[in-house]
Design a binder for this molecule. Sequence first.
Ligand SMILES: [Zn+2]
Length: 113
Amino acid sequence: MKDFIWKLIHNYHKVGNWFKRIPNWQDKAICECGEVEIMDHILTECRLNKSKDIWQEAEKIWKENNKNFKWTKPDANILRELGAVKLKERDKIAPNWINERYIEIVAETTWMI
Ligand SMILES: [Zn+2]
């Protein structure tokens, strides 16, 4: 999983624009939904790949176990900086174990997508 996240941070996954440079493979750059198939799209935006459903399940798990800190649906920026996430609720910073739980749920969910 560390390798996956490292590639995500550095845009090394072979998706979207990577295929645009290869003759006769340009069509592989486009998702079935019509958008350029970059990792941000695959992980947080695509309406066809069920990522929305998977994130809703992650949110449900979070809400069952965390009453004091709201779920924050990760966007591309949060995914790229996941290791440094510090949740905050009304100026109250979450304790480390809460942040670690969030990071674990988000990392595992990203991996499943
Ligand atoms: Zn799509």
